[in-house]
Design a protein around this ligand. Structure first.
Ligand SMILES: NC(=O)c1ccc[n+]([C@@H]2O[C@H](COP(=O)([O-])OP(=O)(O)OC[C@H]3O[C@@H](n4cnc5c(N)ncnc54)[C@H](OP(=O)(O)O)[C@@H]3O)[C@@H](O)[C@H]2O)c1
Length: 321
């Protein structure tokens, strides 16, 4: 059986991505076959598109010279079409969301899939996978964020940041969120207790101290970040914008993990069903409200990738499929 999918046969910018007819994925015993209705864009998809960083290609096993699989994309929401013989918790017709490489396609065959709450759309549920798990695992597991603690989220207006603000509130923290001028209102509406405009205020020089800094946007050295931390405060390095200057800071932060007695944590978010279920519960209870900047059709995917690559999305970009 054939399906429509966004594919790239070589590494490159958004211009190498095109919609083609390809073979549908096979249903394996422990997987469910999902008819994808919506997907969302993440930095990970961009790395898959560009095959970047080059040095990491051998370890990511995506193909050194060209992609091993033409399919890419990760987050999805859709309807279960069929279930493998070992699947007991889902059935055809269930509305679900989850993550699996190859999600920019009409069908995906996946393990990490949970039921979509009825009060959210496919588009909203499709924003949860990578960004939601990154925010949840960063704050709760790596940051060990406790109720009543003060957390600062640097980079609060993008895919990960908008969810991190809400998850930190749900965990009972006092949240200071850092974003640019045009995103102040959105960030307040997400529930942040304090909002700092990074074009006017450098949070590392403000004199305030936090139990946890979740750094999504990057751009500060460890010695600067230490000024914003309580003496035993923790730093979770979520991401950064990837400039040469930033890479220098990241290298410094990585070295500081050796010297900081566990106060600095790097991590890569992992898909698993219990954490997806936690996100589903938060959606259902209204603790999480996805922020969607814009929705594109599959035929407009190149535009969506270009916009995402510019790095100033408010919340998430969604692809309907
Ligand atoms: N560790 C992991 O497992 C993991 C997983 C997913 C993502 N990440 C990383 O997390 C980062 C964010 O991902 P994302 O999906 O949220 O990206 P995104 O949606 O593109 O978000 C970028 C946001 O960062 C803001 N920003 C840019 N410069 C800033 C600054 N100097 N201070 C504060 N905010 C700034 C932008 O707001 P303005 O337009 O207002 O500037 C934009 O809203 C990326 O580096 C990504 O690689 C890590």
């Amino acid at each position: 059986m054939m399906m429509k999918a966004l594919v790239r046969h070589e590494y490159g910018g958004p211009g190498v991505a095109r919609v083609e007819e390809v073979e549908q994925p096979e249903l394996e015993d422990e997987r469910v076959l999902v008819r994808v209705r919506a997907s969302s864009l993440n930095k990970a998809d961009f790395h898959q598109l560009r095959g970047f960083p080059r040095l990491l290609r051998p370890v990511t096993r995506g193909g050194v010279r060209r992609p091993k699989s033409a399919l890419f994309g990760t987050d999805f929401a859709g309807v279960v079409e069929a279930v493998g013989k070992d699947v007991t918790d889902l059935a055809p017709g269930d509305e679900v969301f989850g993550g699996r490489t190859g999600a920019f396609a009409e069908y995906v065959s996946a393990i990490n899939v949970v039921r979509k709450p009825a009060n959210v759309t496919f588009e909203e549920a499709a924003t949860m996978g990578i960004a939601g798990l990154t925010a949840l695992q960063g704050l709760r597991d790596k940051g060990d964020l406790q109720s009543g603690e003060r957390v600062l989220i640097n980079g609060a207006s993008g895919g990960v940041g908008t969810l991190a603000v809400q998850i930190a509130k749900a965990l009972g923290a006092h949240v200071t969120a850092v974003c640019s001028t045009r995103n102040i209102e959105q960030t307040r509406a997400l529930g942040a207790d304090r909002v700092l405009d990074y074009t006017r205020t450098d949070f590392t020089r403000e004199g305030e101290r936090y139990d946890l800094v979740a750094d999504v946007a990057g751009g500060h050295s460890w010695s600067a970040l230490k000024r914003a931390l309580e003496p035993e405060g923790r730093l979770v390095v979520v991401g950064g914008h990837g400039s040469r200057h930033q890479l220098g800071h990241l290298a410094g932060l990585w070295l500081s993990t050796r010297l900081s007695k566990g106060r600095v944590k790097f991590y890569v978010a992992q898909f698993n069903k219990p954490d997806l279920q936690t996100l589903a519960d938060m959606l259902e209870s209204g603790q999480l409200k996805p922020a969607i900047d814009r929705t594109y059709g599959l035929a407009e995917a190149q535009d969506a990738l270009r916009t995402f690559g510019e790095g100033h999305v408010r919340g998430k970009l969604v692809l309907t499929i």
